[in-house]
Design a binder for this molecule. Structure first.
Ligand code: SME
Length: 159
């Protein structure tokens, strides 16, 4: 995962927009980590900060293109600002199903300028697929994306 993290840092150096970066990051992660069966981003809607909107993703289309922060594992992570790891999604009443094949899920909040603004969501077809290593890796990815957004906000303010 270290090589992948280095690659993601490089992607953040060259990306010209958040849309470009999130697409490249989702594709890089999905291509390298075969147990990550759905890899995507959700962002708090700037027009409605209590709702998450689906961003770039790799995997089966999901019916959950908008998720209130009061719902789902996705809502729980963004509302608490903490990573949520669910070893058995079918035993978690918060879970919103995207695929019947999904067995476990991890959702990692993305913070920029001191605020949670979105998250990385990964589903696996394997139960309890996400270890401390996965969590550390994805929290590093979330920091890289958050810093990219802060850098872009700074560039916007100066332009
Ligand atoms: N499982 C998520 C919904 C998003 S889909 O998995 C892509 C949840 O419970 O919030």
């Amino acid at each position: 995962m270290n090589a992948l993290l280095t690659r993601i840092r490089k992607l953040a150096e060259v990306a010209r927009s958040l849309a470009e970066l999130e697409t490249a990051v989702a594709e890089a992660i999905a291509a390298e980590l075969p147990d990550y069966n759905w890899t995507g981003f959700y962002w708090l809607d700037p027009q409605d900060a209590r709702t998450l909107a689906l961003g770039a993703f790799v995997g089966e289309p999901t019916p959950h293109v908008r998720i209130p922060v009061t719902q789902g594992i996705c809502g729980a992570a963004v509302d608490s600002g903490e990573t949520v790891v669910v070893d058995d999604v079918n035993a978690d009443p918060r879970y919103l199903s995207c695929s019947i094949k999904t067995k476990s899920e991890i959702v990692v909040p993305i913070t920029a300028l001191g605020k949670v603004i979105g998250e990385i969501d990964i589903d696996s077809h394997i139960p309890a697929a996400f270890s401390a290593n996965d969590r550390n890796f994805l929290e590093d990815v979330a920091r890289i994306v958050g810093m990219f957004i802060e850098k872009q906000a700074g560039e916007y303010a100066r332009s």
